[in-house]
Design a protein around this ligand. Sequence first.
Ligand code: SF4
Ligand code: SF4
Length: 424
Amino acid sequence: MADYRQMWTDLGMDLEKHDILCQVLPDAFGSVYLSQENRPEGMDYFNFVVAEIHGVRPSELIAHQQKGGKVFGTFCVYVPDEVIFAAGAIATGLCGGSQFWVPGGEKVLPANTCPLIKASVGARLDGTCPFFKIADMYIGETTCDGKKKAWEILNEHVPVHVMDLPQMKRAKDIKAWEDEIKILIQRVEEQCGTKITAASLAENIKLINGKRQALARLYNTRKNSPVPISGKDVLLITQIAFYDDPARFTEQVNALCDELDARIAKSEGVIPADAPRILITGTPMAIPNWKLHHVLESSGAAVVVEELCTGTRYFENPVDESKTTIDEQIKALAERYMKINCACFTPNTGRIDDILRLVKEYKVDGVVDCNLQFCGTYSTESYLVDRALKEAGIPVLHIETDYSDQDFEQLRTRVQAFLEMLEK
Ligand code: SF4
Ligand code: SF4
């Protein structure tokens, strides 16, 4: 990584602690990613983004602020990025995916909080992530209890605007989300000193839809056998989607897809065609959480699709682009976002339907349902996921894990036994 120490000092980061993270990340990335053979050349851009993760994009965000622009940090796929970009601001995902940040979160949160929340809080309080330091405002949501309480703690350090997400999907709930988007628009406008217009919203609905279409194209290539790209690489690209510049990201993903199309035409793959095809479902995998994909693919499986917020939940269902007034556009945004199927909803049968549909579309041999420790909603929903998959005759493996590597070998043993069972 180039030298960004002055920038990190100016941000008030803890450089000594941050150096430890900078030392371990390249090794982890090297052993999980760079050890793969026959990776597409189009991955070079994404490798570069990770190598410079705390440098290049943070510098761009700071340059935007120096020109008077604002940066908003988000934690959930229900928050509409379109609104933030339409105000001339930048949205950046902030979910923490590393064990490195967990102890910092545990200083203020109960130990039995999910690692995603602990890592996100720890990244801010420890001052070891430039993105958390740069954001002028965080946008939280009322998805789960842990997050709701975490916003109160984070709000002591940085302004947090909380969107009240309804947890049912009746017409009145969709209307309520529409109202929440209106409140978000007001808050973002106040913060930025700009006015969101129908024209700026239309432009940014198109921008974010473009990113969704590129990701859909990428995921579609994985329906082929052999798969032209590893699941690990697609996970990395999806994680980068949350904070990279959307137009540049879309261009890079489309260029990669051109290369993958050429591979498909030649039946060229990265994982043998007879490898068991796996769908992963469960809680999100924030960067740099690559553990489960690494265990699966280094044990001989091909991860072909993820029913995750770092997966299909992020890009399926584009926003209707035909609306021309602000009110219609907000309604279209509310309708699109309320199609996401998170376990915080009751009922959440749409998620089960999605899993069964994706199993067919991606010709899946087995499902791994993987939840973060202490995530009550997803681990409770596992019962319904399990029953639906068993009724459909699809083998399923349930895993509960955290960000540490302590269970790595135990996971490998369980995964290998599952894959052997699929091969029989
Ligand atoms: S799992 Fe639910 S709360 Fe978490 S990012 Fe996804 S939609 Fe948001
Ligand atoms: S993984 Fe579960 S507990 Fe953790 S933030 Fe998401 S919904 Fe909340």
